[in-house]
Design a protein around this ligand. Structure first.
Ligand code: SAM
Length: 192
C-alpha cells in the first residue's frame, strides 16, 4: 500500500472546508521537492491553510514541524488533517509577523500566506532559516511576487529559482475529455 512518502497526496484525501484554501497536489509536490528535505529536518509552514503542506512536511522529514495561520478555521483544519495522516506538528494561531520571531531556527520554510506585508514576512521567515536552509514562497498575486522578489534579492539568498506553474486538469465532458486550467502559481525557491 502507498504510504504517502511520495509528495503530492491527492487533494481529495484531505479534509476540506469551503473557506480554507488548499495548495493543490501538483503545486504542492513541486514545492516540497524544491525544499530538498531530508529525514530529521525541521520546518515552518507559514500560512498553513488546510495543512496539506504541513502534513507532507511531517511525512517527508519525521522532524519538528511548525505551522502558523491567523485564521482559526485553518488552524482547526490543519489539526484535523495532521490527525488524519497520523502526523504531529505544533500548530500556532497568530500572525506570521508575531509568531515567526518566537520560533527556533529550522532547515526549511514554506511561505504560502503573507497577507499584510509579504516583504516583512519573508524577511522574518529567512531569519528563522539555518545557513544552507531552503525557502519556498508560493505567490498568486503579481504584487506579492514583486515584494517577494525584492525581499529575496535584499536578503542575499543563493540559488534563486523562479518557476511559474500552470496546471490544467482533465474533465470528462459529453464530447470527450477537456483540459481545464487552474490559476498560475509563481514559486520562488532559494537557499540561505
Ligand atoms: C493559500 S493558503 C495556504 C494553503 C496551504 N499551504 C495548504 O496547503 O492548504 C494561505 C493561508 O495563509 C494564511 N495567512 C495569510 N497571511 C498570513 C499571515 N500574515 N499570518 C498568518 N497566516 C496568514 C491564510 O489565512 C491562509 O490560510
Amino acid at each position: 500500500m502507498w504510504d504517502y512518502r511520495t509528495p503530492g497526496i491527492p487533494d481529495e484525501l484531505f479534509e476540506r472546508t469551503e473557506e480554507v484554501p488548499i495548495t493543490k497536489e501538483d503545486v504542492r509536490a513541486l514545492a516540497i521537492s524544491k525544499l530538498r528535505l531530508k529525514e530529521g529536518y525541521s520546518a515552518i509552514d507559514v500560512g498553513c491553510g488546510s495543512g496539506s503542506i504541513t502534513v507532507e512536511l511531517c511525512l517527508q522529514t519525521k522532524g519538528q514541524i511548525y505551522a502558523i495561520d491567523f485564521d482559526n478555521n485553518a488552524v482547526e483544519l490543519t489539526k484535523k488533517n495532521l490527525a488524519k495522516f497520523g502526523t504531529a506538528a505544533q500548530v500556532i494561531l497568530g500572525k506570521a509577523q508575531d509568531v515567526l520571531p518566537t520560533l527556533p531556527q529550522v532547515d526549511a520554510v514554506v511561505v504560502g500566506g503573507t497577507w499584510g506585508d509579504a516583504r516583512q514576512v519573508i524577511q522574518l521567515a529567512v531569519d528563522r532559516l539555518k545557513k544552507g536552509g531552503r525557502i519556498v514562497i508560493d505567490t498568486i498575486l503579481i504584487e506579492t511576487m514583486y515584494q517577494a522578489l525584492a525581499a529575496v534579492g535584499e536578503l542575499g539568498l543563493k540559488d534563486i529559482d523562479i518557476t511559474q506553474v500552470t496546471i490544467a486538469k482533465a474533465r470528462k465532458v459529453t464530447t470527450g475529455t477537456m483540459m481545464l486550467a487552474r490559476n498560475p502559481v509563481m514559486m520562488i525557491s532559494a537557499t540561505k
